[in-house]
Design a protein around this ligand. Structure first.
Ligand SMILES: [Zn+2]
Length: 249
């Protein structure tokens, strides 16, 4: 019984080694995103030889101004991994100068990924989906996963026409807008994520172990049997990796 979590902040969990061994036991394929390049080495070491957890190189948009100096380190580490995130843009409460810095950092990251090809990128796009879509453009040589998408349906349509995927978390399965996004999402572009430990339920932070309950919520919205939906999401992820025999690429 394999599950998928394409966006989890392993390094920010209270006890990362402990949750890591639980993830391995429960067989949840997990992309461990990071918010700054320097954290990558920690998750890489933790996930060393793991069958289910992969560490991603990230530079969170809300840290872009403070950590723009780490962009060279980002480029260096990018050669070591196929997984990228959390990266993106966040236009909530920022000045025009900050917006320009975020854009510059994100454009640099996208250009590097474009050049190196085959990267799997999990992207934050709060109030910025339109710029995100335009910067990436059509025919990106890799996989784009819009995480916790909250943009307009028009932006969603454009992203889909460019072949982007969407990862759905618990908050989305419970909100009105989130449900509408899920209803419109083609089955083959759907993935699951927790965004733990940022997303909490009754004070309990979400971890990849929560994915089965997200799949259950999704099955109601999509009106599909739970097991069919679990298999569908697993095969979407496998398709991305172009793998078989359950070996993560
Ligand atoms: Zn996140």
């Amino acid at each position: 019984m394999n599950y998928i979590d394409t966006h989890f902040h392993l390094d920010l969990w209270t006890n990362p080694p402990e949750i890591f061994s639980e993830i391995e036991k429960q067989k949840v394929y997990t992309i461990a995103v990071t918010n700054t390049p320097s954290v990558f080495y920690y998750t890489e070491e933790l996930a060393n030889n793991s069958k289910y957890v992969r560490s991603a190189i990230g530079l969170h948009p809300e840290l872009a101004v403070e950590r723009q100096g780490e962009i060279d380190l980002f480029k260096k580490i990018l050669k070591r991994t196929r997984y990228v995130g959390e990266v993106g843009l966040d236009y909530v409460n920022i000045t025009e100068d900050e917006k320009q810095i975020q854009k510059k950092v994100f454009e640099t990251i996208v250009a590097e990924c474009w050049e190196q090809k085959n990267k799997i990128i999990t992207i934050h796009s709060r109030r910025s989906a339109s710029d995100i879509i335009d910067i990436i453009g059509d025919n990106f040589p890799g996989t784009i996963i819009l995480h916790w998408f909250s943009g307009s349906f028009k932006e969603m349509e454009k992203a889909l026409s460019y072949g982007f995927h969407f990862s759905i978390n618990n908050a989305m399965t419970l909100s009105k807008k989130g449900k509408q996004i899920i209803e419109r999402l083609p089955n083959d572009k759907m993935l699951t994520e927790t965004d733990g430990p940022f997303i909490k339920n009754k004070q309990v932070p979400h971890s990849p172990l929560m994915i089965p309950s997200i799949v259950q919520n999704l099955s109601k919205i999509k009106d599909m049997p739970v097991e069919n939906l679990r298999v569908l999401i697993y095969s979407n992820f496998k398709q991305i990796l172009m793998i078989d025999k359950g070996v993560i690429g």
